[in-house]
Ligand binder design. Structure first.
Ligand code: IMP
Ligand code: MG
Length: 187
């Protein structure tokens, strides 16, 4: 099936068209590489993988199946900035992982980094819980951060400066279920 057909079949808002940026096969190959790198990156023992909801849910599900070592999994949800993206209030946890972080190797899985504000504030918040180590694996990075935090250890792809949807990423909660990553265009 061509990607154009796929796009048409799965498009759910009239007047919306989606151009494929990363197809499912390209994503799968990169996720396998990231899984292998994470598998090899830590000493023996267990990892704690924390998925940042909702955007990371598909990436997370694929990534953990590519990590060949013992691990525990938990989730967190942070408050969104809503319309007020200039407010520099602290990130608030809407769902706080029940699993203690202290003394553990923690890998935070994120969907996409834009300004990096969410990530930077989360690093402070989670770092204060004294994990043994804290690292981040983000599927996409728009490369807008002047100085990315040291914790950002794995990035799947550099993202174009467009608004992307699919493979977990949404626009107003639509399009998360697309098996590929695309950009919204006007039909
Ligand atoms: P940041 O704090 O500016 O880095 O914002 C990151 C968050 O904004 C991501 O976790 C997404 O929820 C959202 N976001 C940023 N860019 C995009 C995009 O292109 N598509 C969908 N969501 C995005
Ligand atoms: Mg997000």
């Amino acid at each position: 099936m061509s990607s154009a057909t796929t796009t048409e079949l799965r498009r759910n808002a009239p007047g919306t068209d989606i151009e494929v940026v990363l197809d499912a096969g390209t994503i799968a190959a990169r996720v396998a590489e990231l899984g292998a790198e994470i598998t090899a990156a830590f000493p023996e023992g267990e990892l704690l993988v924390l998925g940042l909801l909702k955007g990371s849910f598909i990436f997370l599900a694929d990534l953990v199946r590519a990590i060949d070592r013992p691990l525990h999994l938990d989730f967190l949800t942070v408050s969104s900035y809503g319309n007020d993206r200039t407010s520099s209030g602290t990130v608030r946890l809407l769902h706080d992982p029940a699993t203690p972080l202290e003394g553990r190797h923690v890998v935070l899985v994120d969907d996409i980094i834009e300004t990096g504000r969410t990530l930077t504030e989360l690093m402070n918040l989670l770092g204060a819980r004294r994990p043994r180590s804290l690292s981040v694996c983000a599927l996409l990075d728009k490369n807008l951060m002047a100085t990315p935090p040291n914790e950002l250890r794995w990035v799947g792809f550099n993202a174009p400066p467009e608004f992307l949807v699919g493979y977990g990423l949404d626009h107003a909660e639509d399009h998360r279920h697309l098996p590929y990553i695309g950009k919204l265009t006007d039909a």
